[in-house]
Design a binder for this molecule. Structure first.
Ligand SMILES: Cc1cc2nc3c(=O)[nH]c(=O)nc-3n(C[C@H](O)[C@H](O)[C@H](O)COP(=O)(O)O)c2cc1C
Length: 143
Protein backbone atom coordinates (compact mmCIF):
# COMPACT_ATOMS: atom_id res chain seq x y z
CA UNK A 1 0.00 0.00 0.00
CA UNK A 2 1.30 3.46 -0.87
CA UNK A 3 1.43 5.83 2.07
CA UNK A 4 0.38 9.38 1.39
CA UNK A 5 1.17 11.85 4.15
CA UNK A 6 -0.24 14.95 2.51
CA UNK A 7 -3.70 16.27 3.28
CA UNK A 8 -3.67 18.54 0.24
CA UNK A 9 -6.71 16.74 -1.11
CA UNK A 10 -8.76 17.70 1.95
CA UNK A 11 -10.30 21.07 1.19
CA UNK A 12 -11.79 23.20 3.93
CA UNK A 13 -13.51 26.55 4.08
CA UNK A 14 -13.42 28.98 6.97
CA UNK A 15 -15.50 32.14 7.36
CA UNK A 16 -14.91 34.68 10.12
CA UNK A 17 -15.76 38.21 11.17
CA UNK A 18 -13.28 40.59 12.77
CA UNK A 19 -13.05 44.22 13.76
CA UNK A 20 -10.54 46.42 11.98
CA UNK A 21 -8.23 48.44 14.20
CA UNK A 22 -9.35 52.05 14.27
CA UNK A 23 -6.42 53.30 12.20
CA UNK A 24 -6.95 50.90 9.29
CA UNK A 25 -7.56 52.97 6.14
CA UNK A 26 -8.63 52.18 2.60
CA UNK A 27 -4.91 52.16 1.76
CA UNK A 28 -4.23 49.55 4.42
CA UNK A 29 -7.09 47.51 3.03
CA UNK A 30 -5.46 47.55 -0.40
CA UNK A 31 -2.20 46.40 1.15
CA UNK A 32 -3.91 43.56 3.01
CA UNK A 33 -5.64 42.54 -0.20
CA UNK A 34 -2.44 42.54 -2.22
CA UNK A 35 -0.62 40.58 0.46
CA UNK A 36 -3.48 38.08 0.59
CA UNK A 37 -3.62 37.67 -3.18
CA UNK A 38 0.13 37.17 -3.46
CA UNK A 39 0.38 34.64 -0.61
CA UNK A 40 -2.80 32.80 -1.47
CA UNK A 41 -1.79 32.25 -5.08
CA UNK A 42 1.36 30.54 -3.75
CA UNK A 43 -0.50 28.54 -1.08
CA UNK A 44 -3.47 27.24 -3.03
CA UNK A 45 -5.89 29.43 -1.10
CA UNK A 46 -8.91 31.18 -2.61
CA UNK A 47 -11.64 33.30 -1.06
CA UNK A 48 -13.53 36.51 -0.53
CA UNK A 49 -12.85 39.49 1.74
CA UNK A 50 -15.27 42.25 2.72
CA UNK A 51 -14.18 45.48 4.38
CA UNK A 52 -16.99 47.68 5.62
CA UNK A 53 -16.02 50.54 7.96
CA UNK A 54 -15.03 48.80 11.18
CA UNK A 55 -15.44 45.25 10.05
CA UNK A 56 -13.91 42.48 8.01
CA UNK A 57 -15.79 39.42 6.83
CA UNK A 58 -13.68 36.81 5.07
CA UNK A 59 -13.95 33.33 3.62
CA UNK A 60 -10.73 31.44 2.97
CA UNK A 61 -10.74 28.02 1.32
CA UNK A 62 -7.96 25.62 0.48
CA UNK A 63 -5.95 22.64 1.77
CA UNK A 64 -6.67 22.06 5.46
CA UNK A 65 -3.08 22.52 6.67
CA UNK A 66 -2.70 25.81 4.77
CA UNK A 67 -5.99 27.16 6.09
CA UNK A 68 -4.99 26.30 9.66
CA UNK A 69 -1.63 28.00 9.18
CA UNK A 70 -3.31 31.13 7.85
CA UNK A 71 -5.71 31.14 10.78
CA UNK A 72 -2.76 31.47 13.19
CA UNK A 73 -1.40 34.42 11.14
CA UNK A 74 -4.78 36.09 11.05
CA UNK A 75 -5.29 35.80 14.80
CA UNK A 76 -1.85 37.36 15.39
CA UNK A 77 -2.37 40.15 12.84
CA UNK A 78 -2.42 43.52 14.62
CA UNK A 79 -4.53 45.18 11.93
CA UNK A 80 -7.69 43.61 13.30
CA UNK A 81 -8.97 41.96 16.47
CA UNK A 82 -11.84 39.92 17.96
CA UNK A 83 -11.66 37.33 15.20
CA UNK A 84 -14.82 35.24 15.52
CA UNK A 85 -15.40 32.08 13.50
CA UNK A 86 -18.73 31.98 11.71
CA UNK A 87 -18.29 28.68 9.88
CA UNK A 88 -15.71 26.00 9.17
CA UNK A 89 -16.52 23.08 6.92
CA UNK A 90 -15.09 20.57 4.50
CA UNK A 91 -15.61 21.30 0.84
CA UNK A 92 -16.05 19.09 -2.18
CA UNK A 93 -15.63 22.04 -4.54
CA UNK A 94 -14.35 25.55 -3.99
CA UNK A 95 -16.89 28.38 -4.15
CA UNK A 96 -14.23 31.02 -4.93
CA UNK A 97 -12.01 28.99 -7.25
CA UNK A 98 -11.47 31.91 -9.63
CA UNK A 99 -10.13 34.32 -7.00
CA UNK A 100 -6.92 34.21 -4.94
CA UNK A 101 -8.89 36.77 -2.92
CA UNK A 102 -12.00 38.45 -4.27
CA UNK A 103 -13.12 41.54 -2.38
CA UNK A 104 -15.88 44.08 -1.79
CA UNK A 105 -16.05 47.34 0.10
CA UNK A 106 -19.11 49.58 0.44
CA UNK A 107 -20.09 51.42 -2.74
CA UNK A 108 -23.29 53.12 -3.90
CA UNK A 109 -23.91 50.18 -6.18
CA UNK A 110 -23.91 47.54 -3.47
CA UNK A 111 -25.39 49.61 -0.59
CA UNK A 112 -28.77 47.86 -0.91
CA UNK A 113 -27.12 44.46 -0.55
CA UNK A 114 -25.41 45.43 2.73
CA UNK A 115 -28.71 46.85 3.93
CA UNK A 116 -30.53 43.62 3.12
CA UNK A 117 -28.18 41.74 5.47
CA UNK A 118 -28.23 44.32 8.26
CA UNK A 119 -30.51 43.87 11.22
CA UNK A 120 -29.12 46.99 12.88
CA UNK A 121 -28.64 50.55 11.60
CA UNK A 122 -25.22 49.74 10.24
CA UNK A 123 -23.66 46.57 8.88
CA UNK A 124 -22.39 44.15 11.55
CA UNK A 125 -21.05 40.76 10.39
CA UNK A 126 -20.94 39.39 13.97
CA UNK A 127 -24.73 39.17 13.74
CA UNK A 128 -24.78 37.03 10.59
CA UNK A 129 -25.35 33.30 10.61
CA UNK A 130 -23.26 31.19 8.23
CA UNK A 131 -25.91 31.01 5.53
CA UNK A 132 -26.45 34.78 5.45
CA UNK A 133 -22.70 35.43 5.45
CA UNK A 134 -22.30 33.15 2.41
CA UNK A 135 -25.29 34.68 0.63
CA UNK A 136 -24.03 38.21 1.27
CA UNK A 137 -20.59 37.44 -0.12
CA UNK A 138 -22.06 35.75 -3.18
CA UNK A 139 -24.40 38.67 -3.89
CA UNK A 140 -21.61 41.22 -3.46
CA UNK A 141 -19.40 39.28 -5.86
CA UNK A 142 -22.09 39.46 -8.53
CA UNK A 143 -22.35 43.29 -8.53
C1 LIG B 1 -8.55 41.02 7.37
C2 LIG B 1 -7.28 40.35 6.95
C3 LIG B 1 -7.32 39.38 5.96
C4 LIG B 1 -6.15 38.74 5.55
N1 LIG B 1 -6.22 37.76 4.60
C5 LIG B 1 -5.10 37.09 4.26
C6 LIG B 1 -5.15 36.04 3.29
O1 LIG B 1 -6.19 35.71 2.72
N2 LIG B 1 -3.99 35.40 3.00
C7 LIG B 1 -2.79 35.75 3.58
O2 LIG B 1 -1.78 35.13 3.27
N3 LIG B 1 -2.72 36.74 4.48
C8 LIG B 1 -3.84 37.42 4.83
N4 LIG B 1 -3.75 38.43 5.75
C9 LIG B 1 -2.43 38.78 6.30
C10 LIG B 1 -2.01 37.78 7.36
O3 LIG B 1 -2.62 38.10 8.59
C11 LIG B 1 -0.46 37.86 7.55
O4 LIG B 1 -0.08 39.19 7.78
C12 LIG B 1 0.23 37.38 6.31
O5 LIG B 1 -0.26 36.15 5.88
C13 LIG B 1 1.75 37.25 6.58
O6 LIG B 1 2.33 37.18 5.33
P1 LIG B 1 3.90 37.29 5.09
O7 LIG B 1 4.42 35.98 5.57
O8 LIG B 1 3.97 37.46 3.61
O9 LIG B 1 4.39 38.47 5.86
C14 LIG B 1 -4.91 39.09 6.15
C15 LIG B 1 -4.89 40.07 7.14
C16 LIG B 1 -6.05 40.70 7.53
C17 LIG B 1 -6.00 41.76 8.60
Amino acid sequence: MIENNTDAHILVSMTYASRANSDVSANDFNEILQQAQRNNAANGITGMLIFNKDYFLQTIEGPRAQINRLLYSLIADQRHHDLQLIETRELKHRLWAKWSMNYASPTEENAAIYLKYSTTVSFNPYLLNAESANDLMRELSEV
